[in-house]
Design a protein around this ligand. Structure first.
Ligand code: MIG
Length: 631
């Protein structure tokens, strides 16, 4: 049962696609404060758990911290942070109700932070739709929510293969090397990512012709070897006269403006850019059609980046900062002045003041960016996906986005952004999965091996053993970090062993994915959803249920030969490695399991059968029909 309450005049965020009649707000069942900022609050029961918020830091159980919905270019995913790249205003409160706050501005979620037994949700505005969902259990509430926000995006099958990425591949030789070295080392591979260096001066929809003298031939030769190329597209369009994308957007008035109607100027990788006004439907159609420049060459996958939007600085911020810095002289500088100078410089990036100074033309209505911030990136990805759907069918093109809102899951997947090569980030990756599932993000994954910092061999192997189960299985790293392709490490067979397991399990993983999408269900669930009366299972934060058959429990600490696992019911443990499989039936309860670095542990519920294919070098060569079974 779903109840909708409409406050003020909400803008259409495109999140909910079902028609639902609004109730009288006087019957709103939770405490309410109206005024400039709508506030919803309620008491929490003593051991009540809160799930949800999609892409957010901290635990699977969100209670005890304060979060913010504010799409953020946040490269430090530490536990003191409040927001990451996506804004997903959905929570499940114990088994009492679920709540979706459909509001495109900032939302603060105090979930037992100020007072341990109180939740207070504060919106930066008073025009919103609020949905309250009642159901027979948590999973049921999620399914009901998913039904009103529409079916999850399903990418092409090759996007379930192993994918390699790196910020720094620049020339076509770099790409051939990645392909060939995977081949030589018997490492399967389906795709290689093209980060910003493929472009000409970071201009969207261009290709650097010195580095790629015959781009079409390059794409074709990769395709012949079953390798898909996936270029990045950034939100900002380089402000350069003579660059057709900029010129067109400028002439048509498709860029965001400042208060006075002048194009808002900010600096990102290409230098000063125009921000396409994705809130404007004409601008969306226009931007979406620009992907054709690459689609035409046979490109069939994209990742949309920097669409929170990420701003290094703005012209107005820079002017203010420079004026401030000019007042400083080394002789008069004191400690206070030093810190102020530092704040002035660092504060320019992704500044809230800038977000308050940007304006959109929402199909004729002028709106300030801060009131629609959380749907900006979502609408960029919508622009691309609507074009793909019209021209090719959306399942033909791989698409995932960094920023997202509720509803983006119909258009694309997401990746979890700039994590670190830290052991704790394997665990963060795991914790993000069920929360993403709740909001419809079935196609998702983290940068395997970690984006920032230097990887180690064991970290990569352990992370890949979790990545075997994430629909997006992509190894990605930042410029200047230690080489992270599997072939750089000793005993590369260990990596082949782990990657082989991914391909062996693909028929199962793919069908589990489709089933979750078809039935608006979760692909990953917290154990608490399946075993609500089991006191130990309820609090497990490092194991997940996968579809209806399995449980996963990766090793996520260094120098460990295994880990403790809690079994809420009897299951069989399979250790998979290359074509080798060992099997051990285990009783309900606590177990220590040993897992070698080249093994992938999988726990299968009694009576469930898991199909297995033969290993393959890519999804095109995989024999999807001839399968055997685990168990
Ligand atoms: O400011 O394109 O999250 O995956 O490699 C960094 C370079 C911009 C951020 C993305 C990351 C990508 C990087 N980008």
């Amino acid at each position: 049962m779903i109840r909708k309450y409409t406050f003020g005049l909400p803008i259409d965020t495109n999140a909910v696609i079902a028609e639902i009649k609004s109730e009288d707000i006087l019957s709103f069942p939770l405490e309410l404060k109206t005024g400039e900022r709508l506030q919803i609050s309620f008491d929490l029961l003593s051991d009540e758990m809160i799930f949800g918020l999609g892409e957010a830091i901290r635990g699977i159980n969100k209670r005890g911290w304060t979060y913010e919905s504010w799409c953020s270019d946040e490269t430090n995913h530490t536990e003191d942070k409040k927001a990451l790249y996506g804004s997903h205003n959905f929570i499940v409160v114990g088994d009492r109700f679920a709540l979706f706050v459909d509001f495109a501005g900032k939302v603060e979620w105090d979930l037992g932070y100020d007072k341990p037994d109180r939740a207070v949700i504060t919106l930066d505005g008073n025009d919103a739709d609020v949905y309250i969902i009642y159901g027979k259990n948590q999973r049921d509430m999620v399914v009901q929510f998913r039904k009103i926000i529409g079916k999850s995006y399903i990418p092409p099958r090759w996007a379930f293969g192993y994918q390699q990425s790196c910020w720094g591949y620049a020339t076509q030789e770099d790409f051939y090397t990645v392909r060939d070295r995977h081949r030589e080392n018997k490492l399967p591979l389906d795709a290689i990512y093209m980060d910003i260096d493929y472009m000409d001066s970071f201009k969207d929809f261009t290709v650097n012709s010195e580095r790629f003298p015959d781009f079409q031939a390059f794409v074709d030769s990769m395709k012949r070897e079953n390798i898909h190329l996936v270029p990045i597209i950034d939100a900002g369009v380089k402000r350069e006269k003579g660059y057709s994308v900029y010129d067109e957007g400028h002439e048509k008035g498709y860029f965001c403006t400042d208060k006075d109607g002048k194009e808002f100027e900010c600096g990102v990788w290409p230098g000063i850019v125009g921000l396409p006004d994705f809130l404007n439907s004409d601008a969306r159609r226009w931007f979406g059609s620009k992907y054709e420049a690459l689609l035409r060459c046979g490109i069939d996958g994209f990742w949309n980046d920097m669409n929170e939007p990420a701003l290094f600085y703005s012209k107005r911020g820079l002017e203010k900062a420079v004026a401030k810095l000019k007042q400083i002289t080394p002789d008069t500088m004191d400690i206070g002045g030093f810190f102020e100078m530092r704040n002035v410089l660092f504060g320019m990036q992704n500044s809230y003041d800038d977000y308050c100074s940007i304006y959109h033309n929402l199909d004729g209505k002028r709106v300030c960016h801060k009131d629609v911030h959380n749907i900006y990136g979502a609408f960029m990805t919508r622009a691309a996906s609507e074009y793909f759907e019209e021209k090719y069918g959306k399942e033909k093109i791989l698409m995932f986005s960094r920023a997202s809102y509720i509803g983006t899951h119909r258009y694309s997947g997401i990746w979890f952004g700039d994590n670190f090569s830290w052991w704790s980030h394997i665990l963060l990756n795991l914790k993000l999965l069920p929360s993403a599932s709740m909001c419809g993000y079935l196609y998702c994954g983290a940068d395997i091996g970690g984006f920032n910092n230097n990887v180690t061999r064991d970290l990569l192997l352990r992370w890949l053993a979790l990545g075997v189960f994430t629909p997006l299985m992509r190894n990605h790293r930042a410029l200047g970090t230690r080489a992270q392709e599997a072939y750089n490490f000793e005993n590369v067979e260990d990596f082949s062993d782990v990657l082989a397991v991914r391909y062996r399990l693909l028929p199962y993983l793919y069908s589990a994915f489709r089933k979750a999408s078809d039935t608006d269900d979760m692909l990953f669930r917290p154990l608490a959803f399946d075993y609500p009366d089991d006191k130990i299972a309820r609090e497990v934060e490092d194991q997940l249920m996968l579809s209806d058959e399995c449980m996963i429990a990766p090793v996520y600490e260094q120098n460990k030969s295994g880990r403790n696992v809690y079994l809420p019911e009897p299951m069989t443990l399979y250790l998979l490695s290359g074509e080798r499989i060992t099997e051990e039936p285990l009783e309900k309860g606590l177990h220590y399991i040993e897992v070698a670095l080249n093994e992938v542990p999988l726990f299968v519920r009694n009576g469930k059968k898991i199909p297995l294919a033969k290993p393959a070098m890519n999804t095109a060569e995989l024999d999807w029909e001839n399968i055997s079974f685990l168990g």
